[in-house]
Design a protein around this ligand. Structure first.
Ligand code: ANZ
Ligand code: ZN
Length: 751
């Protein structure tokens, strides 16, 4: 009988959905477990095997929890608003709205095929007005909390995406989406005051179970440093320069001030420290000494006060600079009393500086939720009343970003742009920027369980039941972006008493990446592998197992098609076990398989819990080998199917229900348990003879092989003296000497 993966996989996917196998009762579930993968944003090109790797690993975790008695909720949706989707639509010459429909269809059909335990009755798309209504609601809450403001500021500008970006979206000076160089531009933009939450965001990191590298990235991004602002008066002027320093104890050795220059090449382009001496002279408040003031390229304009007190003796960067430009070096000793003295003498004051900046929310793009604010000449900015949400994104044909800083919504009809002031009723103008796509994804995990709720973004009872998310799984590339924003938004909602927790993801697991031809698999690298082809040829089960066998889940792996054939053979080998007789030859054999099963259950249980899917699969393979070798009974086969179920959900369901005639799904069966007594190997007693005479006996584990047992016998005290006449070394190697081993019974050394 051949295993027809296409037929079987499609059949069970349909049955599962009909039976609502993966749709827990949201209101009544007794043991809720929210298993969530980070929100994907695929374009119409669809998912690649790198995405599938991420999804499958998450799904295995969910399936394992389900078999352990939890009501697992594993929703999926589409983060389809935003620059990424819009850029793609532009590239293929479609309107983002029309394009998103095509994307969506392809996305969900691919998701069905990979056989994950998604609750397909609860999907959401961020561009759905029913969803972004609440994204806009969130914006208004921010406004009401005094956490949203509009300001003219120097912002990050991507000239290729033609929009403002937040600080978090600038990676090494380049756009997070398109890798173009980011420049600075003065613009009027909306911001969220995330900086107000800096301390909480930082301090809470100690309380969450996240990978260390992601926690470190967040700590560094927040970048709290305790220091002082100290004022240096400028000679013959009323002006003063304020420095930020973490080392007031070095104040006595200051020999210059360095201010950030707008014209000198930035340190990224030129590693060399450059400076121009200004005609200003500053006065050290402590010593009264005069010091020169330099414009330099090594001081960041947006950090601290943008002015550094130069202390060559104690700071390497200052030393480089001073040496190059012949500036004095003073070596006064450090003075810790300055921490007290500076504020007392009013030279300066304590100041905590953060690297974190407020979150720039405005995007001068089309494909996002319109920012729900209106400007009235008399009443200034006013939020759109909740009853008028959503502010629906108007259909316009000329939606492309302009590049001059104005928003495409300028092209919306006047009837849309002009509205009534919610406060005084006079004609007012709508805000024309849309919000950052990271706002869409900052709260989606709250919406999934409450999707049926029409009058609120989320229901408080349901939220109490299902949140915070039990397991959040995703890639490390969101270490600061999405994860910081979601934490911030949750804290704000906590302060609004809308949720009773402030960390949305107490447990986060960062999966590894799939590599192809030496690079991370990604669309931009042009090395993507489409899973559809493999699913068609080998089936989703095979592809899932192949991917999970590549390495530990947080390590990722190298995708090579050659390995898939092997996994396909394994799947067929498993199926064959159920189409033929495999009776054990003896009671002893069956006993041995029994030991093996219990040991495998323990190994797989432990390893799945730690996301070591590769070693779990290896253990199951070993068990299959043992069964082929020694035979089996039905109980053992059932356990095998259960162990394999999280990895290969279709074939195991087929065997469970059709071959083993079990009632219900293998995926809601109870995860097998092992018994301690079977974990230890069986012991056996081996008689040891020398030249046919009994000289001793050995108690050994039954899983030792011939060579190991003979070696043990040779070193046994009682036996070894009978062998002492001969050279033990040569005994081991010389083929002239005979070692007769009767498995499980005796050894005879003939010397
Ligand atoms: C004098 C000094 C002496 C400093 C010394 C350090 C060591 P973190 O910990 O990163 O906050 N600094 C201040 N503003 C800066 C800017 N805009 N661009 C570049 N450097 C700046 O670092 C704070 C220290 O970095 C400050 O303390 C200042 O140099 C420098 F032995 O002041 B220090
Ligand atoms: Zn860009």
């Amino acid at each position: 009988m051949v295993y027809d993966h296409k037929k079987v996989e499609a059949k069970w996917q349909e049955v599962w959905e009909k039976e609502k196998l993966y749709s827990p009762n949201i209101k009544k579930a007794k043991k809720p477990y929210y298993n969530l993968m980070m929100f994907p944003y695929p374009s119409a090109e669809g998912l690649h095997v790198g995405n599938m790797y991420a999804f499958t690993g998450t799904d295995i975790h969910g399936r394992f929890q389900r078999m352990n008695g939890f009501d697992v909720f594993e929703p999926i949706g589409l983060d389809g608003f935003g620059i990424h989707s819009e850029n793609y639509a532009i590239k293929v010459g479609r309107h983002p709205k029309g394009h998103s429909k095509i994307s969506e269809e392809h996305f969900y059909s691919q998701l069905h095929q990979i056989g994950n335990g998604y609750d397909f009755s609860k999907t959401l798309e961020t561009y759905d007005p029913e969803y972004y209504k609440w994204t806009q609601w969130l914006f208004i809450k921010m406004w009401e909390m005094g956490l949203a403001y509009k300001d003219i500021a120097m912002v990050n500008w991507c000239s290729s995406c033609k929009t403002v970006l937040s600080d978090e979206q600038v990676i090494d000076g380049r756009c997070e989406r398109c890798s173009s160089e980011v420049t600075k531009k003065e613009m009027s933009s909306w911001f969220f005051r995330i900086t107000k939450y800096a301390d909480r965001l930082l301090d809470n990191i100690d309380k969450i179970n996240w990978p260390e590298r992601i926690k470190t990235a967040q700590r560094n991004w927040i970048g709290r440093s305790e220091g002082m602002k100290i004022e240096f008066k400028i000679k013959d002027s009323s002006e003063a320069l304020e420095v930020f320093t973490t080392r007031p104890d070095t104040l006595e050795s200051v020999t210059f001030l360095a201010i950030s220059s707008k014209t000198l090449p930035k340190p990224e382009d030129s590693k060399e420290k450059l400076g121009v001496k200004t005609d200003k002279i500053a006065i050290n408040p402590m010593t009264g000494k005069e010091v020169s003031v330099w414009e330099t390229n090594y001081v960041a304009g947006e950090y601290g006060t943008g002015v550094v007190m130069g202390v060559p003796e104690y700071d390497e960067r200052d030393m480089d600079f001073a040496t190059k430009y012949g500036i004095d070096i003073l070596s006064n000793s450090l003075n810790d009393e300055l921490w007290e003295m500076v504020p007392k003498k009013k030279w300066g004051e304590k100041f905590t500086n953060y690297h974190l900046r407020d979150w720039g929310i405005s995007r001068q793009r089309y494909w996002g939720p319109p920012i729900p604010m209106v400007k009235c000449d008399d009443c200034d900015w006013q939020p759109v009343p909740e009853s008028e949400l959503p502010v629906v994104l108007p259909d316009i044909s000329d939606f492309k970003p302009k590049g001059d800083g104005t928003s495409p919504l300028h092209n919306a009809p006047e009837s849309w742009r002009k509205t009534k002031c919610p406060k005084c009723g006079k004609t007012a103008e709508r805000e024309l920027d849309v919000s950052d796509t990271f706002l869409d994804s900052s709260w989606y995990f709250l919406r999934f369980p409450s999707l049926e709720e029409k009058n609120k973004p989320f229901d408080s009872e349901i939220t109490k039941k299902w949140l915070p998310v039990n397991a959040y799984i995703g890639g490390a590339e969101h270490a600061v972006l999405h994860l910081m924003y979601a934490r911030f938004v949750t804290m704000v909602l906590k302060d609004l008493r809308l949720v009773d927790f402030e960390e949305p993801f107490p447990f986060l697991y960062g999966h590894g990446l799939i590599i192809k031809d030496g690079a991370k698999m990604s669309k931009s690298k042009g090395n993507i592998v489409n899973p559809d082809v493999y699913i068609d040829k080998f089936g989703a089960d095979t592809l899932r197992m192949y991917l999970m066998f590549l390495g530990k889940y947080d390590q990722g792996g190298d995708f090579r098609d050659s390995g898939i054939e092997g996994m396909s053979r394994f799947i067929k080998r498993v199926y064959k076990l159920f189409t033929e007789e495999h009776k054990p030859k003896s009671k002893e054999d069956l006993e041995k398989v029994c030991f093996k099963v219990h040991q495998t259950v323990k190994k797989v249980t432990d390893d799945i819990s730690e996301f070591k899917y590769n070693t779990s699969i290896a253990a199951i393979m070993e068990l299959v080998n043992t069964i082929y070798e020694l035979g089996t009974d039905n109980r053992i086969l059932k356990t095998l199917v259960q162990l394999l179920a999280p990895f290969a959900p279709h074939i195991t369901e087929e065997i469970w229900r059709e071959n083993l005639k079990q009632k219900g799904s293998v995926h809601t069966s109870t995860w097998p348990k092992y018994e301690e007594k079977y974990l230890k190997s069986e012991k056996m007693t081996i008689a040891v003879q020398v030249n046919g005479k009994l000289r001793g006996s050995l108690e050994v584990d039954s899983d030792l092989d011939r060579e190991e047992i003979i070696n043990l016998a040779k070193t046994d005290e009682k036996v070894s003296k009978w062998l002492s006449g001969t050279n033990k070394q040569s005994l081991a190697t010389k083929s002239g000497k005979k070692e007769i081993y009767v498995p499980g019974r005796l050894i005879n050394f003939v010397i």
